[in-house]
Design a protein around this ligand. Structure first.
Ligand code: PLP
Length: 393
C-alpha cells in the first residue's frame, strides 16, 4: 500500500521550493533580470579554488578508489582531518572515531534525531525554525514541540524551553547562526540553556541531548559562534559544507558525537544504525577527499556581507523592520500586514519573491535569502520601496 505520510510529504513540496519553481516560470516568461527571487539558500559565492584543485588530484586515483564505496562512517583521512581541525580551533581532543561523514546537514540532523529518540518522545525546536526538522521528527515517530525564540533578540529563550520540557523530552535542536533569523546565539544564552537542561536531567536515566545544527557556522559578520559541546556536554554537532564551501549539490557533511558526550559509546553506533536504516550507505567518496583537503579553507563571506549591507540599509530606509543578522545569509523581516502569506502574494505583483514565515512555524514575518547576485538585490530595491508605499496609502 502506498504510504500516506510519504505521499503527503512528496505531493505537497515545501513552500520554499514552490516559490523557487514559480520564480523559474516567471523568469522564462518575462526575463531572468526582472524577477527578484529571494527564496532559496543556494550560495551565490563560487566554491574556493582549493576545491577544484582537490577534485583534480582525486581524478588521478585508481578507479576503485576514486568512485568506490567508502567505509560507512567515512574515509579515515576525512574523519581525522575534521577532528584535527576542530581540535585546533576549539582546544578539544576529538579523534576520527568521534566523526561520522554524512550526506550533508540534512542527513546529519535526521540521523541524529533517529539515533536518540524513540516513538512517542518529544523534540523541542526553536521557532522560527528550519521546516525540515518537523518532517524528520515526524518520521522518527516523535512529536515536534515548538518553543518561541525571544521575540526581541531571536536568541533561544531558556525559560521558554524549561517550560516546554516534559518527561518525554529527548532532545532540543538549535541552529546558530540561525536560518531564518540570522541570529547567532551568545555564550551566555547557551550557558543558561545548558543550566536548564542539566536541571531537567536530574533523576533522568538519559540526558536531554542538544542537537546543534551548524551549517552556517563560518558565515558570520564579526560575531563569535561559541563551541556548543564546551558549554553542554551532551551535544551532538551537525555540520555540512553546503554553505561554508558552497557545495550544496555535492551533499557532504558530518556528525560529531564528542567523546565528552554522555553515552557516546551508544550514540555513535546508533548514528551508524540510523545512517544504515535511512539508506545513506556512505557520504560521496570524491567529496570526502575534498573535505580532507579543504577542511580549513576559509569561507568567502565578503559578498554576503556586501549584500546584507545594501539590503538592510534600503529596507530600513523604506520603513521595514527586520532582525539585524549576525550570521547566515537570511534576513527576517516583519510583514507589512498580519498575514505574511497575503503579504508575499502582494509582493509577487512587484516580482519580489520572499518566503512567508508560516513555513518556519510563526506568523507575520518573511524571509529573504540574500545569497544572490548583488545586482539582483540592487535592481529589486525600487520594488521594495513601491511595495512599502502601497501599504502606506
Ligand atoms: N539545517 C539548516 C538550518 C539549513 O538551513 C539547511 C539547508 O539550508 C540544512 C540543515 C540542510 O543542509 P544540507 O544542504 O547540508 O543538507
Amino acid at each position: 500500500m502506498i504510504n500516506d505520510v510519504m505521499y503527503a510529504r512528496g505531493a505537497e513540496s515545501s513552500k520554499i521550493r514552490e516559490i523557487f519553481s514559480y520564480g523559474l516560470e516567471r523568469k522564462a516568461q518575462i526575463g531572468a533580470d526582472k524577477v527578484f527571487d529571494y527564496s532559496l539558500g543556494n550560495p551565490s559565492v563560487p566554491a574556493p579554488d582549493a576545491v577544484r584543485a582537490s577534485i583534480e588530484r582525486s581524478l588521478e586515483l585508481p578507479a576503485e578508489q576514486l568512485h568506490g564505496y567508502t567505509p560507512a562512517p567515512g574515509l579515515p583521512e576525512a574523519r581525522a582531518a575534521v577532528a584535527a581541525s576542530l581540535n585546533r580551533r576549539f582546544g578539544t581532543s576529538y579523534t576520527k572515531g568521534d566523526v561520522f561523514m554524512t550526506v550533508g546537514a540534512a542527513a546529519s540532523v535526521s540521523m541524529s534525531i533517529h539515533a536518540i529518540t524513540t516513538p512517542g518522545e518529544e523534540v523541542i525546536v526553536i521557532a522560527p525554525y528550519f521546516p525540515e526538522y518537523a518532517v524528520w521528527i515526524e518520521k522518527a515517530g516523535a512529536a515536534c514541540v515548538e518553543v518561541l525564540a525571544d521575540q526581541e533578540t531571536f536568541q533561544v529563550d531558556p525559560a521558554a524551553v524549561a517550560a516546554a520540557i516534559t518527561p518525554r523530552t529527548a532532545a532540543v535542536i538549535i541552529d546558530s547562526p540561525n536560518n531564518p533569523t540570522g541570529a547567532v546565539y551568545a555564550a551566555e544564552t547557551l550557558e543558561a540553556l545548558a543550566a536548564v537542561l542539566r536541571q531537567a536531567n536530574e533523576g533522568r536515566e538519559q540526558p536531554i541531548f542538544l542537537i546543534s545544527d551548524e551549517p552556517y557556522r563560518e558565515i558570520v559578520y564579526g560575531a563569535e559562534v561559541p563551541w556548543v559541546p564546551s558549554i553542554y556536554e551532551h551535544t551532538i554537532v551537525c555540520y555540512s559544507y553546503s554553505k561554508s564551501l558552497s557545495l550544496p549539490g555535492e551533499r557532504v557533511g558530518w556528525v560529531l558525537v564528542p567523546n565528552t558526550c554522555s553515552l557516546a559509546d551508544r550514540v555513535m553506533p546508533a548514528i551508524a544504525g540510523a545512517a544504515r536504516t535511512l539508506g545513506f550507505v556512505c557520504a560521496p567518496a570524491l567529496f570526502q577527499r575534498v573535505v580532507a583537503d579543504c577542511v580549513d579553507e576559509p569561507s568567502d563571506v565578503e559578498a554576503y556581507a556586501r549584500n546584507r549591507t545594501v539590503l538592510t540599509q534600503a529596507l530600513s530606509e523604506y520603513g521595514y523592520t527586520y532582525v539585524e543578522p549576525d550570521g547566515a545569509f537570511y534576513l527576517w523581516v516583519k510583514a507589512l500586514e498580519d498575514d505574511a502569506e497575503a503579504f508575499c502574494e502582494r509582493a509577487k505583483a512587484y516580482e519580489l519573491l520572499p518566503v512567508p514565515s508560516n513555513s518556519f512555524g510563526v506568523t507575520g514575518w518573511f524571509r529573504l535569502g540574500y545569497c544572490i547576485d548583488y545586482d539582483v538585490i540592487v535592481n529589486s530595491l525600487p520594488a521594495w520601496k513601491q511595495l512599502a508605499e502601497e501599504y502606506r496609502v
